[in-house]
Design a protein around this ligand. Structure first.
Ligand SMILES: O=C([C@H](O)CO)[C@H](O)[C@H](O)COP(=O)(O)O
Length: 160
């Protein structure tokens, strides 16, 4: 990976997600969608109301919500559509994408650029791995403000 995540972008995202009452939506396709699911799970564990776009139980996104769209290319049609729809509803859209960020970065209110270019791995592996580490870092930073976050995770963890 060349370069690093921009500290100001990371801080801006943290600020946007500071309000524990704010609903979060996550979106991504393929492996980027799996990263979205992992991040949504941890946000739920620390007490957030969080949904994964496209899941049967996800409600409508509305003004005041935050949608985080994960897409290395920034051009995956479903991801771009989710960003457009959420913007049209008045939600805040956060793009997690490579520098450049395709159409997605142009739609988003905020972007976290993940400097994961070509690598010896298959497909977009490096982006997907790096995006997960960055977003786990974001959740850990949010968890620091949650009283007894570890206990909360234990109590909220799936048991079925
Ligand atoms: O699963 C993926 C593919 O195998 C590349 O590693 C991608 O996550 C999926 O195709 C979505 O692409 P992006 O929106 O560009 O992340």
């Amino acid at each position: 990976m060349s370069g690093s995540i921009d500290a100001a972008e990371f801080a801006r995202l943290l600020e946007e997600l500071e309000d524990p009452a704010r609903r979060c939506f996550l979106s991504g396709q393929g492996r980027s969608g799996l990263v979205a699911g992992m991040v949504a799970m941890r946000l739920m564990h620390i007490g957030r109301t969080c949904h994964v776009a496209g899941e049967a139980t996800a409600p409508a996104v509305r003004r005041g919500d935050v949608l985080i769209v994960i897409s290395g290319s920034g051009t995956t049609p479903a991801s771009v559509r989710h960003a457009e729809s959420a913007r049209a509803e008045g939600a805040t859209v956060i793009a997690v994408t490579r520098p450049g960020g395709g159409a997605l970065a142009g739609i988003a209110d905020l972007t976290l650029r993940i400097p994961a270019g070509a690598s010896a791995q298959l497909g977009g592996n490096l982006f997907e791995q790096a995006a997960l580490i960055a977003l786990d870092g974001l959740v850990n930073a949010l968890a620091a403000g949650v009283p007894d976050a570890r206990g909360r995770l234990r109590r909220r963890h799936a048991n079925l």
